[in-house]
Design a protein around this ligand. Structure first.
Ligand code: GLU
Length: 264
Protein backbone atom coordinates (compact mmCIF):
# COMPACT_ATOMS: atom_id res chain seq x y z
CA UNK A 1 0.00 0.00 0.00
CA UNK A 2 1.51 3.29 -1.09
CA UNK A 3 0.44 5.27 1.91
CA UNK A 4 2.73 6.96 4.33
CA UNK A 5 0.39 9.50 5.86
CA UNK A 6 0.92 7.89 9.29
CA UNK A 7 4.41 9.42 9.35
CA UNK A 8 2.90 12.80 10.08
CA UNK A 9 1.95 11.72 13.59
CA UNK A 10 5.42 10.47 14.51
CA UNK A 11 6.95 12.35 17.38
CA UNK A 12 10.41 10.96 18.23
CA UNK A 13 12.77 10.53 15.29
CA UNK A 14 16.46 9.75 14.85
CA UNK A 15 17.98 11.29 11.72
CA UNK A 16 21.40 10.14 10.54
CA UNK A 17 23.36 12.21 8.06
CA UNK A 18 26.40 10.81 6.22
CA UNK A 19 29.76 12.52 5.66
CA UNK A 20 29.21 13.12 1.93
CA UNK A 21 25.94 14.90 2.72
CA UNK A 22 27.63 17.60 4.79
CA UNK A 23 30.94 18.07 2.99
CA UNK A 24 32.13 19.23 -0.41
CA UNK A 25 32.90 16.30 -2.67
CA UNK A 26 36.08 17.85 -4.06
CA UNK A 27 37.74 19.25 -0.96
CA UNK A 28 36.14 17.37 1.93
CA UNK A 29 35.59 20.72 3.72
CA UNK A 30 32.26 21.28 5.43
CA UNK A 31 29.63 22.40 2.94
CA UNK A 32 27.78 25.21 4.69
CA UNK A 33 25.04 25.01 2.12
CA UNK A 34 24.43 21.29 2.70
CA UNK A 35 24.73 21.61 6.46
CA UNK A 36 22.46 24.64 6.61
CA UNK A 37 19.81 22.86 4.52
CA UNK A 38 19.91 19.99 7.02
CA UNK A 39 19.95 22.15 10.17
CA UNK A 40 17.09 24.26 8.85
CA UNK A 41 14.90 21.20 8.31
CA UNK A 42 15.71 19.73 11.73
CA UNK A 43 15.02 23.11 13.35
CA UNK A 44 11.66 23.33 11.64
CA UNK A 45 10.78 19.84 12.82
CA UNK A 46 11.61 20.98 16.37
CA UNK A 47 9.50 24.08 15.84
CA UNK A 48 6.63 21.77 14.87
CA UNK A 49 6.99 20.18 18.31
CA UNK A 50 8.77 16.96 17.32
CA UNK A 51 11.62 15.32 19.28
CA UNK A 52 14.70 14.95 17.09
CA UNK A 53 18.01 13.19 17.69
CA UNK A 54 20.73 13.73 15.07
CA UNK A 55 23.44 11.17 14.33
CA UNK A 56 26.20 12.79 12.33
CA UNK A 57 29.21 11.42 10.52
CA UNK A 58 32.02 13.53 9.19
CA UNK A 59 34.50 13.81 12.08
CA UNK A 60 37.24 12.08 10.12
CA UNK A 61 36.40 13.71 6.79
CA UNK A 62 36.41 17.19 8.33
CA UNK A 63 39.58 16.47 10.36
CA UNK A 64 41.43 15.35 7.24
CA UNK A 65 40.42 18.45 5.31
CA UNK A 66 41.12 20.84 8.23
CA UNK A 67 44.66 19.50 8.54
CA UNK A 68 45.12 19.60 4.76
CA UNK A 69 46.21 15.97 4.64
CA UNK A 70 46.66 14.62 1.12
CA UNK A 71 45.95 11.01 2.01
CA UNK A 72 43.59 9.39 4.45
CA UNK A 73 45.55 8.20 7.48
CA UNK A 74 45.77 4.43 7.70
CA UNK A 75 47.08 3.99 11.26
CA UNK A 76 44.40 3.69 13.94
CA UNK A 77 45.87 6.41 16.16
CA UNK A 78 46.09 8.80 13.22
CA UNK A 79 42.47 8.16 12.27
CA UNK A 80 41.55 8.87 15.88
CA UNK A 81 43.63 12.02 15.89
CA UNK A 82 41.94 13.45 12.79
CA UNK A 83 38.55 12.53 14.23
CA UNK A 84 39.41 14.49 17.38
CA UNK A 85 40.10 17.59 15.28
CA UNK A 86 37.11 17.11 12.99
CA UNK A 87 34.57 16.35 15.72
CA UNK A 88 35.35 19.67 17.42
CA UNK A 89 34.95 21.63 14.16
CA UNK A 90 31.78 19.80 13.34
CA UNK A 91 30.17 20.51 16.71
CA UNK A 92 31.19 24.16 16.58
CA UNK A 93 29.41 24.62 13.26
CA UNK A 94 26.33 22.61 14.31
CA UNK A 95 26.09 24.73 17.45
CA UNK A 96 26.45 27.99 15.53
CA UNK A 97 23.86 27.06 12.90
CA UNK A 98 21.31 25.64 15.36
CA UNK A 99 21.71 28.78 17.55
CA UNK A 100 20.78 30.88 14.52
CA UNK A 101 17.48 28.99 14.51
CA UNK A 102 17.21 29.33 18.31
CA UNK A 103 17.89 25.70 19.21
CA UNK A 104 20.37 24.13 21.61
CA UNK A 105 22.48 21.09 20.86
CA UNK A 106 24.34 18.61 23.07
CA UNK A 107 27.22 16.39 21.98
CA UNK A 108 26.82 12.66 22.71
CA UNK A 109 29.74 10.36 21.83
CA UNK A 110 29.22 6.63 22.20
CA UNK A 111 30.96 3.32 21.59
CA UNK A 112 29.55 -0.15 21.00
CA UNK A 113 30.26 -1.07 24.64
CA UNK A 114 26.96 0.52 25.63
CA UNK A 115 25.06 -2.37 24.07
CA UNK A 116 26.51 -4.99 26.43
CA UNK A 117 27.11 -2.85 29.47
CA UNK A 118 23.81 -2.48 31.31
CA UNK A 119 24.73 0.59 33.31
CA UNK A 120 26.23 2.43 30.30
CA UNK A 121 23.11 1.54 28.29
CA UNK A 122 20.85 2.89 31.01
CA UNK A 123 23.00 6.00 31.40
CA UNK A 124 22.86 6.72 27.67
CA UNK A 125 19.10 6.22 27.73
CA UNK A 126 18.64 8.54 30.71
CA UNK A 127 20.88 11.23 29.23
CA UNK A 128 19.14 11.19 25.85
CA UNK A 129 15.77 11.43 27.59
CA UNK A 130 16.98 14.29 29.78
CA UNK A 131 18.28 16.17 26.74
CA UNK A 132 14.96 15.75 24.94
CA UNK A 133 13.06 16.90 28.05
CA UNK A 134 15.27 20.01 28.13
CA UNK A 135 14.35 20.63 24.50
CA UNK A 136 17.92 20.07 23.36
CA UNK A 137 18.85 18.36 20.07
CA UNK A 138 21.32 15.56 20.89
CA UNK A 139 24.02 15.27 18.22
CA UNK A 140 25.49 11.79 18.35
CA UNK A 141 28.62 10.32 16.79
CA UNK A 142 30.87 7.42 17.57
CA UNK A 143 33.60 8.23 20.09
CA UNK A 144 36.21 7.67 17.40
CA UNK A 145 39.07 8.88 19.60
CA UNK A 146 38.79 5.99 22.04
CA UNK A 147 37.11 3.25 20.02
CA UNK A 148 39.27 0.36 18.96
CA UNK A 149 38.14 -2.46 16.71
CA UNK A 150 36.60 -4.43 19.59
CA UNK A 151 34.34 -1.64 20.72
CA UNK A 152 33.66 0.28 17.53
CA UNK A 153 30.53 0.32 15.42
CA UNK A 154 32.67 1.39 12.46
CA UNK A 155 29.71 2.83 10.63
CA UNK A 156 27.07 5.27 11.72
CA UNK A 157 24.25 3.29 10.09
CA UNK A 158 24.22 0.63 12.80
CA UNK A 159 25.13 3.22 15.40
CA UNK A 160 22.02 5.22 14.48
CA UNK A 161 19.83 2.10 14.71
CA UNK A 162 21.24 1.50 18.19
CA UNK A 163 20.49 5.10 19.13
CA UNK A 164 16.93 4.77 17.79
CA UNK A 165 16.43 1.65 19.93
CA UNK A 166 17.94 3.20 23.07
CA UNK A 167 15.88 6.36 22.62
CA UNK A 168 12.70 4.40 21.83
CA UNK A 169 12.24 6.42 18.65
CA UNK A 170 9.33 5.73 16.32
CA UNK A 171 11.27 6.38 13.13
CA UNK A 172 14.86 6.27 11.88
CA UNK A 173 15.79 8.28 8.79
CA UNK A 174 19.12 7.62 7.04
CA UNK A 175 20.09 10.52 4.80
CA UNK A 176 22.95 9.96 2.39
CA UNK A 177 23.87 10.45 -1.26
CA UNK A 178 21.69 7.60 -2.51
CA UNK A 179 18.00 7.85 -3.34
CA UNK A 180 16.99 4.56 -1.74
CA UNK A 181 17.15 0.83 -2.39
CA UNK A 182 17.09 -0.02 -6.11
CA UNK A 183 15.76 -3.29 -7.51
CA UNK A 184 18.92 -3.52 -9.62
CA UNK A 185 22.27 -1.75 -9.67
CA UNK A 186 21.46 1.65 -11.26
CA UNK A 187 25.05 1.85 -12.59
CA UNK A 188 24.48 -1.24 -14.74
CA UNK A 189 20.82 -0.85 -15.54
CA UNK A 190 19.17 2.36 -16.68
CA UNK A 191 15.74 0.93 -15.91
CA UNK A 192 16.60 0.23 -12.27
CA UNK A 193 13.90 1.66 -10.01
CA UNK A 194 13.63 2.51 -6.35
CA UNK A 195 11.71 0.09 -4.17
CA UNK A 196 9.40 2.33 -2.21
CA UNK A 197 8.50 -0.10 0.55
CA UNK A 198 10.11 -3.19 2.08
CA UNK A 199 8.05 -5.33 4.45
CA UNK A 200 10.58 -8.06 5.10
CA UNK A 201 14.35 -7.92 4.87
CA UNK A 202 15.36 -11.30 3.47
CA UNK A 203 18.14 -12.66 1.24
CA UNK A 204 16.34 -11.31 -1.85
CA UNK A 205 16.62 -7.80 -0.48
CA UNK A 206 20.33 -8.25 0.28
CA UNK A 207 20.81 -9.60 -3.26
CA UNK A 208 18.98 -6.62 -4.72
CA UNK A 209 21.42 -4.36 -2.95
CA UNK A 210 24.23 -6.43 -4.46
CA UNK A 211 25.72 -7.15 -1.06
CA UNK A 212 26.35 -10.21 0.97
CA UNK A 213 25.27 -10.26 4.59
CA UNK A 214 28.35 -12.19 5.63
CA UNK A 215 30.75 -9.41 4.62
CA UNK A 216 31.45 -6.74 7.17
CA UNK A 217 30.98 -3.35 5.66
CA UNK A 218 31.74 0.22 6.58
CA UNK A 219 28.87 2.21 5.18
CA UNK A 220 27.14 1.55 1.87
CA UNK A 221 23.94 -0.44 1.39
CA UNK A 222 25.00 -3.45 3.48
CA UNK A 223 25.20 -1.58 6.76
CA UNK A 224 22.00 0.30 5.88
CA UNK A 225 20.12 -2.99 5.49
CA UNK A 226 21.63 -4.22 8.75
CA UNK A 227 20.48 -1.03 10.45
CA UNK A 228 17.00 -1.52 8.99
CA UNK A 229 16.86 -5.05 10.38
CA UNK A 230 17.95 -3.87 13.82
CA UNK A 231 15.37 -1.05 13.87
CA UNK A 232 12.52 -3.13 12.39
CA UNK A 233 13.08 -5.92 14.93
CA UNK A 234 12.38 -3.37 17.65
CA UNK A 235 9.27 -2.03 15.97
CA UNK A 236 10.92 1.04 14.46
CA UNK A 237 10.34 1.97 10.80
CA UNK A 238 13.36 3.14 8.80
CA UNK A 239 13.64 5.29 5.69
CA UNK A 240 16.61 5.70 3.35
CA UNK A 241 16.50 8.93 1.36
CA UNK A 242 18.77 11.37 -0.43
CA UNK A 243 19.93 14.29 1.73
CA UNK A 244 20.17 16.53 -1.33
CA UNK A 245 16.45 16.33 -2.12
CA UNK A 246 15.11 19.76 -1.17
CA UNK A 247 13.29 19.63 2.19
CA UNK A 248 13.50 15.85 2.20
CA UNK A 249 12.70 15.57 5.93
CA UNK A 250 9.53 17.65 5.63
CA UNK A 251 8.50 15.64 2.57
CA UNK A 252 8.93 12.41 4.53
CA UNK A 253 6.76 13.81 7.33
CA UNK A 254 4.17 14.92 4.78
CA UNK A 255 3.90 11.28 3.70
CA UNK A 256 5.42 11.79 0.25
CA UNK A 257 6.62 8.58 -1.39
CA UNK A 258 10.30 9.36 -1.27
CA UNK A 259 13.26 6.95 -0.83
CA UNK A 260 12.65 3.48 0.61
CA UNK A 261 10.71 2.71 3.77
CA UNK A 262 11.51 -0.47 5.72
CA UNK A 263 8.42 -1.31 7.73
CA UNK A 264 8.65 -2.91 11.13
N1 GLU B 1 32.26 8.17 12.98
C1 GLU B 1 32.80 8.41 11.68
C2 GLU B 1 33.13 9.89 11.50
O1 GLU B 1 32.49 10.74 12.07
C3 GLU B 1 31.82 8.09 10.57
C4 GLU B 1 31.44 6.68 10.34
C5 GLU B 1 30.48 6.61 9.14
O2 GLU B 1 30.54 7.48 8.28
O3 GLU B 1 29.65 5.71 9.06
O4 GLU B 1 34.03 10.21 10.75
Amino acid sequence: MKNRTHLNTINRVVIKIGSSSITHTKTGHISLQKLDHFVRQVSDLKNAGKEVIVVTSGAQAVGISSLNLDVKPSKLEEKQAVAAVGQASLMMIYQKLFREYNHHVGQVLITKEIIDDKSRYQNAKNTLRALLRMNVIPIVNENDTVSTEEIEFGDNDRLSATVAIIAEAELLILLSDIDGLYNEDPKDNKDARIIDSVNEINEDIYNMAGVSKSKTGTGGMLTKLMAAEMANNEGIDMIIANASTPYVIQKIYDGEIIGTIFKS
